[in-house]
Design a protein around this ligand. Structure first.
Ligand code: ADP
Ligand code: ADP
Length: 219
């Protein structure tokens, strides 16, 4: 479960996020929708304890993210797929992730299969990867610790239509097995087929939230 309670963030005079509250329940995929600059990344960074809020608070599985012991075993996070270490190979990145989380290295190969990263691709340096491949690698990292919560910022960026379909299936299965997913996008079409609920943000404020049916019938 993820809960944001009145989260706000100002950068100097710029209010990036204003009084944002929502909940993501187990067994559901929440689509976090809004145009570029709306405040999605800032909100997700606050939820993950990477950006201190200027107001409000957030919890993941009932506690602030930073109070979770070995958080990668509970919460899989992908915030900026482009930021992976360019000089390491995909396999090195995943092996490091496994070691950091204390999971057996056998899981590296399994996660490569799960995300469709071929052994050949895994031997190449991440610097030569397309954004779509970085997204797959980032999802493999996020899943490495067998978490029950996934927080993914624009994971469909750079994925081709087949990749988007693959990710949709993966996230649906994850939620159907009881997982909680928060998935951001600036494109409705990337999330509408997979999300059970939507949180729409614009100019740092919640513009709407609910199921698709609720949003369509809202006054
Ligand atoms: P989104 O993820 O929806 O594209 P962001 O959360 O990245 O939106 O950005 C929200 C607003 O906050 C934007 O106006 C952005 O320029 C601003 N912003 C984000 N990070 C910083 C920062 N570190 N310093 C100053 N302004 C920032
Ligand atoms: P991207 O989403 O394309 O990776 P970001 O918008 O997150 O890029 O910006 C990259 C870095 O710059 C981040 O550390 C972010 O917090 C910071 N940043 C973003 N917008 C601003 C801004 N308006 N002023 C200052 N720093 C910003």
């Amino acid at each position: 479960m993820i809960e944001a309670i009145g989260l706000s963030k100002r950068y100097g005079d710029v209010p990036a996020v204003r009084d944002v509250s929502f909940r993501c329940e187990p067994g559901t995929v929440t689509g976090f929708l809004g145009p570029n600059g709306a405040g999605k990344s800032t909100t997700m960074r606050m939820i993950c304890g990477l950006t201190p809020p200027t107001g409000g608070a957030a919890t993941v599985k009932g506690v602030p993210y930073r109070r979770i012991a070995n958080p990668g075993r509970h919460v899989g996070v992908l915030l900026d797929a482009a930021a992976q270490h360019p000089g390491r190979t995909g396999r090195e990145v995943l092996t490091l992730t496994a070691d950091l989380l204390g999971v057996e290295r056998a899981r590296v190969g399994r996660m490569m299969e799960t995300v469709g990263l071929s052994p050949k691709a895994a031997r190449r340096r991440v610097g030569g990867y397309s954004l779509g491949m970085r997204q797959r690698l980032g999802i493999a990292q996020a899943l490495m610790g067998d978490p029950s919560v996934l927080i993914l910022d624009e994971p469909a960026n750079g994925l081709d239509p087949e990749g988007i379909f693959w990710m949709r299936t993966l996230l649906r299965d994850f939620a159907d097995r009881g997982g909680t997913v928060l998935l951001s996008s600036h494109l409705l079409r990337e999330v509408e087929a997979v999300a059970d609920r939507f949180v729409v943000i614009a100019g740092g404020r919640i513009a709407a939230q609910g199921t698709k049916a609720e949003l369509l019938t809202a006054p």
